[in-house]
Design a protein around this ligand. Structure first.
Ligand code: UDP
Length: 241
């Protein structure tokens, strides 16, 4: 995939990366490092939409496993994503990057609601738009939120910044011989249940032909390297390699 021709991307960060080396929550110093990565990417001229998960604070499934009502727990998870979005907004604005947070669960005192046409204007004006609260409904995740926003905002790619440097044929933490794909098709990801994103998010990207680029956001400078085509990553597309 020619990264150099991309104009607009959606960057999805899992909530866990905001913990830095900590066991839980938000490490403001590490969020600042992530914001620097985003700023550097923005300075290449790209328009950037951001989606941040909430797993560093609360996941609905975990609450449900402990006896909570699943939908109620999911709404708590969505609120966690708003906290992360505000933390990232704070860090980016401290670096001089203008941002707007748009939440799929309306909360007027802290951010805007999701309004696509307004988000378009923000991007045109050079602002980073951070989409919070996923799709705004329980039983979904922020991966689906990321795929949905990438589709409706006409993003050229969905960049998934995570703790591993791509998609493997088995868990690299458990299997030393696990092989990383340079490219892999959506259908293989779905058929083999490869750990990329939720099936609904992968299917939405497949149906709208949005490449998913999986890379490690933990290494400094990696986002910029990936965007230059010099990084280590896996690209999920319709094309067979
Ligand atoms: N969530 C939800 N609907 C959405 C997005 C998120 O219910 O559209 C809830 C869900 O409980 C999820 C939690 O918010 O577990 C945090 O999001 P996610 O697990 O996607 O975060 P990540 O794994 O990326 O940190």
């Amino acid at each position: 995939m020619p990264f150099s021709t991309m104009k607009r991307v959606l960057l999805k960060l899992s909530g866990e990366v905001l913990m830095g080396e900590g066991p839980f929550g938000i490490d403001p110093a590490f969020v600042m490092e992530l914001a620097e990565e985003v700023k550097a990417a923005k300075e290449t001229g790209l328009e950037i939409c951001l989606v941040i998960g909430g797993g560093n604070i609360f996941r609905g499934m975990a609450g449900a496993a402990q006896g909570m009502d699943r939908a109620q727990a999911d709404y708590m998870g969505m609120l966690a994503t708003v906290m992360n979005a505000l933390a990232m907004q704070n860090a980016l604005e401290q670096l001089g990057v203008q941002t707007r947070v748009q939440s799929a669960v309306q909360m007027d005192q802290v951010c805007e609601p999701v309004i696509r046409r307004r988000a378009e204007r923000h991007l045109e004006k050079g602002r980073v738009v951070i989409f919070a609260a996923g799709v705004g409904a329980p039983y979904f995740t922020t991966d689906s939120g990321a795929a949905l926003r990438a589709a409706e905002m006409n993003c050229d790619a969905l960049l998934k910044g995570t703790s591993v440097d791509g998609v493997y044929d088995s868990d690299p933490k458990k299997n030393a011989k696990a092989k990383r794909f340079d490219t892999v098709t959506y259908s293989r990801v779905l058929a083999d249940d490869l750990k990329v994103m939720d099936a609904s998010a992968v299917a939405l990207c497949r149906d709208n032909n949005i490449p998913i680029v999986v890379f490690s956001i933990r290494e400094k400078g990696n986002l910029a390297r990936v965007l230059k085509g010099e990084g280590v990553q896996t690209v999920v597309t319709n094309e067979k390699s």
